[in-house]
Design a protein around this ligand. Structure first.
Ligand SMILES: [Cu+2]
Length: 147
């Protein structure tokens, strides 16, 4: 009995530490607070990939929004335009940043009221079918942080 329990403990400990080392981690995930009437929001974060393989983000989901997409903002003739990005590559041993003025996760169809300080669950879905649930915090941002 004792041995079996110890074995189960060891297996779960080993698989946890393997996962902790071999996948993408997320830092500073946040949503920019928008006025109450605005249903389309943007999320930003840094993704770090410590593995030997490129990781490809193919989709994202949130219970607080109807639909999520990856967008890139480009300034063309002084006007900011957003382009849809089908997927996002986080290179091996490198990182990728969603940040204001560049790439962002566009969240459409806000379902619930949100304000500064609220936490929003997001699920990141990778090409290898790995799913990660993360928490993003609603923050205010200054005017120069345009998407
Ligand atoms: Cu956008």
């Amino acid at each position: 009995m004792m041995k079996k329990r110890l074995l189960i403990f060891l297996i779960s400990f080993l698989s946890f530490s393997a996962l902790a080392e071999q996948t993408v981690t997320t830092e500073n995930a946040w949503l920019r607070e928008a006025p109450p009437t605005v249903k389309v929001w943007a999320a930003y974060m840094t993704l770090k990939n410590p593995t030997d393989q490129d990781m490809v983000l193919i989709d994202a989901d949130s219970p607080a929004f109807e639909n999520l997409m990856f967008h890139k903002t480009e300034i063309i003739d002084g006007i900011a335009k957003m382009h849809h990005a089908d997927h996002i590559v986080i290179p091996a041993h490198s990182s990728f940043e969603f940040k204001p003025g560049e790439y962002h996760i566009m969240l459409m169809g806000r379902k619930i009221p949100l304000k500064e300080g609220d936490e929003v669950k997001l699920t990141l879905i990778f090409k290898n079918l790995e799913r990660q649930e993360i928490t993003a915090v609603v923050k205010k941002s200054s005017n120069e942080n345009m998407q």
